[in-house]
Design a protein around this ligand. Structure first.
Ligand SMILES: [Mg+2]
Length: 217
């Protein structure tokens, strides 16, 4: 094993912190106020773009010609510190991991920086791979996974991916990665063929990774 890829939102902090609802409000506002989509059409379009492309942003680029950088700045302008605080347990776990850690997210790098700072995890990630890595194609499309592996110059089977979204792990498994599903949601209680391990919290990952890389836990 050569690398651990961590998703950001609802993976490095629990979904109960509900940070995403703040971003959600900003996405709706962007569609109404900047793209000038009628309010009653916003929810339906978001659902369609999510289904067709994996993210609202791709639909807005393809069908409304928006500037993706403008969108990313706008939707991530939320007060992260109102929902997140230092996670000393996760900090200690990441400091002890024997593999380089990376963030692999459908968000933007500036959002990553804010979240990592709020959680007190600065300096613990070797690099950040954000939505820009494959021309704004989000996970679970294969493009961003290919880009990450090529930038790290490793193969999928040398990589562990930690995520709260099962569909993103499905693609990871197609690349041969070891997969860890985190979170306590109902869907996590099903047995999924492409999930190698399940944890309620990312901070429980130490013993699992040590076992996988052949160290004594
Ligand atoms: Mg996530």
């Amino acid at each position: 094993m050569k690398a651990v890829l961590f998703d950001l939102d609802n993976t490095l902090y629990p979904a109960e912190r509900d940070l995403f609802s703040l971003i959600d409000v900003r996405i709706n506002r962007y569609m109404e106020e900047v793209v000038e989509i009628e309010a009653e059409n916003v929810d339906g379009l978001r659902r369609r773009y999510w289904q067709d492309y994996g993210a609202t942003l791709q639909g807005l680029i393809r069908h409304h010609g928006i500037n993706p950088e403008d969108y990313l700045d706008y939707v991530h302008a939320v007060d992260v510190s109102s929902r997140l605080s230092h996670d000393l347990v996760l900090q200690a776990v990441l400091e002890d991991l024997q593999l380089p850690c990376y963030i692999f997210t459908n968000g933007s790098r500036c959002h990553v920086d804010r979240v990592v700072t709020a959680l007190g995890l600065e300096g613990l990630f070797a690099d950040v791979f954000d939505i820009r890595i494959a021309d704004y194609q989000p996970k679970p499309n294969p493009g961003p996974y290919q880009q990450v592996l090529s930038k790290l110059a490793i193969s999928g089977d040398q990589c562990i991916m930690v995520e709260d979204q099962p569909k993103n792990l499905k693609t990871a498994k197609q690349f041969g990665m070891k997969t860890v599903l985190v979170g306590a949601e109902k869907e996590h209680r099903q047995q999924l063929a492409y999930v190698d391990a399940q944890l309620e919290k990312t901070s429980e990952i130490g013993p699992l990774l040590n076992a996988w890389i052949g160290l004594v836990a």
